[in-house]
Design a protein around this ligand. Structure first.
Ligand SMILES: [Zn+2]
Length: 237
């Protein structure tokens, strides 16, 4: 019986056996023929994948580097002093960039028509004047630079040096000049509603993490030159 069983196991017709083995050997042959190509395709795909992996963190790093090196000092961006020939005197002690004069004066006229009396407190300031303001007030108030920088820009870092910044008060509430309380005046409420029509924007709003809120400080963005000056500041980082 045992012998018969053994014979039965191997008693498979030759044709069938050949048929059963044929697909496997063909597959192996195909794999051998195509293996260099497959290897090549796999290598290219792997290299691309690795390159992508490297590029992602590198790009992130680039953004990070730009963030850390946007030339801010104590939260203030650097600004060049506007050349004298681009400045115009609009009233005693108030000089502004010629690009913004008409818009600024028109804004005051329009406010007056609504019964709002805007007063201009400070326009262009030279870097020398900013130097005096920053260092004298810092020492008078016994403040460290970082503390002072929250309320006043270091010299070379003030929007006022560009001629495109203006500090505005309410002529009927002068006690709020340069005070956060200016935000409760009719003048401020009017400005919030109407200043964009004249291309003025609040520079230091409540969201700024370095510089204190300055409701009186507005900047002009109504000319290409002004937009160029404030490009870095407007760029979202
Ligand atoms: Zn100001």
């Amino acid at each position: 019986m045992e012998l018969n069983n053994d014979i039965d196991q191997f008693d498979i017709p030759l044709a069938k056996r050949t048929y059963q083995n044929k697909p496997n050997s063909t597959l192996i042959k195909k794999l051998l023929i195509f293996s260099p190509f497959l290897f090549l395709i796999f290598s290219v795909a792997a290299l691309r994948f690795i390159r992508n992996l490297e590029l992602i963190p590198l790009n992130n790093l680039k953004v990070q580097v730009e963030r850390n090196h946007d030339a801010r000092i104590l939260g203030h961006l650097p600004y060049n002093e506007t050349p004298k020939e681009k400045l115009v005197l609009i009233e005693p002690n108030i000089e502004v960039h010629i690009d913004m004069r008409d818009s600024l004066l028109k804004m005051r006229e329009e406010a007056k028509k609504d019964g709002i009396y805007l007063v201009f407190l400070s326009g262009y300031r030279s870097i020398n004047l900013q130097n005096d303001i920053f260092y004298s007030l810092k020492s008078i108030r016994n403040q460290e630079a970082a503390e002072r920088a929250r309320v006043s820009a270091p010299p070379g870092y003030s929007e006022h040096s560009t001629g495109f910044a203006i500090d505005i008060g309410d002529a009927t509430q002068r006690e709020t000049d340069f005070e956060t309380d200016f935000e409760n005046t009719d003048a401020f409420r009017w400005l919030i509603k109407n200043a964009p029509k004249f291309h003025f924007k609040l520079s230091f709003n409540k969201d700024n993490k370095y510089i204190d809120y300055e409701p009186w400080h507005w900047r002009y963005e109504g000319s290409i030159e002004a937009l160029k000056v404030f490009e870095s500041s407007n760029r979202k980082l």
